[in-house]
Design a protein around this ligand. Sequence first.
Ligand code: IVH
Length: 671
Amino acid sequence: MSSPVIEKKIEALRDKIRRHEYRYYVLDHPEISDADFDKLMNELKRREAEHPKLVTPDSPTQRVGGKPREGFVKAKHSSPMLSLDNAYSLEELRDWERRVHELTGRADLEYMCELKLDGMSLALRYNDGRLERGITRGDGGTGEDVTSNVRTVRSIPLVIAKPQLKKAGIAADFEVRGEMLMPLAAFRKLNEDRERQGLSVFANPRNFTAGTVRQLEPSITAQRRMDFFAYMLLKDGKTHFDRQSKAMDALDLAGFKVNPNRRLAKNLDDVWNFIQSWEAKRESLPYEIDGIVIKVDRTAWQRELGFTGKAPRWAIAYKYAARGAVTQVEDILVQVGRTGKLTPVAALKPIPIGGTTVSRATLHNLDEIDRLGLKIGDWVEVERGGDVIPKVVKVVEDNEHPRGDKEFVMPEHCPVCGGNVVRTPGEVDHRCVNANCPAKLQGTILHFASRHVMNIDGLGEALVNQLTERGLVKNVADLYKLTKDDLLKLDRMGEKSAENVLAEIEASKTLPLERVIYGLGIRFVGERTAQFLAEHFGTLDAIMRANAGDLEEVNEVGPRIAESIVEFFADEHNRKLVSDLRKAGLTFTGQKKEKGTKLAGKTFVLTGTLARHTRDEAKKRIEDAGGRVSGSVSKKTDYVVAGSDAGSKLDKARELGVSVIGEEELEGLVG
Ligand code: IVH
């Protein structure tokens, strides 16, 4: 086929994928299944790999193309990114409106009401219809260039076709401002994953969003499923339409995600109705909001009203009262998790917040207690966002709320097993060091039984506590030895439930290898890593035999994870556990991912900054073609792939006479 024909075909395929991305990520209304979407994407990847010269930066395959960075570059905003003044009552809104009436000399203004999304604001600059830059708010005047991270957000178009912009009435060079956020479901799943891997959890989606936008590795941002809602359209730093409501409709038409929950209000009563109707409904939104933004709709009046120091006079944020309350800390308890981490938890005088009674709030660690200056007996402000874990915000002190006087001391011995508690210098957490601590056992079993792991429904906290306390289950392999008689001896266990639990345990044996690997609870080995390990090695035995070097050949496995895996299998108890699981009949072999043979037997070393792929991607491509990637250059190395700024490895290769190739040539070899 001649090149223009191929180019046309590839571009048509890209358009098709963009249309489906739009339906899925912007409209939440996919037309095809995920599998069919993946098929299209794989076809595009294959075609682009065949014709690397035809790859364009706005291709849907190029969302994660950037290389890991060392920091962010500062970027100036086209016009200041301002914040908003707040109002907390109808009275304050009326005061605001009075000022607006006075300053404009009119009383017939319309107001645009929008949800106040609780994320992080961003400016996106488009040049000739193409996304050129994404910038954080920063200090309002200057932000940070986070383009490579912004590109990974699938509801942000990388390119908008000219006719579409024209239809929307938007010039080819424009700027969109809006809110980047993390949907609650993705937030919860990520925290669960982190907890399972023994990592610290994030307190709320906003903190997570801020951390993710400023991630140095775009591939991590991509995994985190961020979302973006547009709410402002500028041209040369000025508003682009004569009404905010029209700008929102235009953004919608151009293919941006614009929040549909908005209203053009005729007067303040109308605004108030909108505010009240969302106060209750906000619980059912899939993301967090903290209020309603009210904007004078006509941009001409906006200009007339202007700004005070840092906020526009033409807009105001009505803030919902935080779902919080003041209550007393009756005690501070200590919970022990699966990794042995001791978490202080405030035992509160029970209090209703936003429909549920709260009697516990996490205090995370000793540093947090110090930061709050918290003593037992103190009165505290407690907040609950979305359905995130309740949190102690601050200590309250006034005439009605005298200070408590009992200092909390982190126990020197584990409250569950009496084992020694240590705090490794440089770490915030205290841990129980006893490997046989029953709290660790309970946590390990709950992890093993959870939905994403062995999916043993019915094996919840109450049952696990009984099983471990009575010594029926000393490790996860013991689950497979349980009999109906064992279960029937437990509290609240009938014939039918016992049968159900046993059937669930039996069914778990058929789950694939990656679940078993994940279920072992190896530190730092999460769902994804388990999957990569299973695909790379194909059997659990091969993983157990692997040394750190072999393990580091696996996608996304670095020295820290490799070390943790080696340590795990070096332990005698763990080896016995694996052997018991094998006897129980769990799945120990999987589908080794079919590798190509093009590069079979060839060893590569990557050095310098690659332009087209991240390190991990290049490594994966070589491995998928049957090659091996090593960390150091030796006589056995067949090729050194050198990017820009290659250092000592390149010198070594020259010294040893190893072939040095560039990315283009690597593409050629991989085919
Ligand atoms: S308009 C000058 N609209 O709230 C206009 N902001 O407290 C400034 N926000 O920094 C922004 N939803 O991060 C606007 N629909 C919305 C918003 C919104 C959330 C955030 C934004 C801003 C902050 C101001």
